[in-house]
Ligand binder design. Sequence first.
Ligand code: FES
Length: 130
Amino acid sequence: MYSEKLLDHFKNPRNMGRIENADGIGKVGNPVCGDVMWIYIKIGKNNENQEIIEDIKFETFGCGAAVATSSVITELAKGKTLEEAEKITNQDVIEILEGLPPLKKHCSLLAEQGLKAAINDYRERQRSKT
Ligand code: FES
């Protein structure tokens, strides 16, 4: 039912935890199951002076599929520009995990929406500074 890849990300989640003084925090809830996800991002600059996701971590009360999809999305987003990171979808994550049972698709949305919410939160904070 679950791929080896998914089980690996579930048992050894990458980037799980919290970033103190994060530049952006996304908190989203899953309307299907009521679980919650937090994504924390730290923003830096690349050689071309573009803003990138320098560090990213997640915390969740979600299920194993939510943990595995968050683990993958944090790996995908790290080092990307904000524009690139915004384009990551739960479908990209599901492909890397070699599929997800249909009943668990809603869990993968938490990670995607959490990442977008964290980027939005960062942009809001920047706007309110100006
Ligand atoms: S059942 Fe809630 S996130 Fe998977």
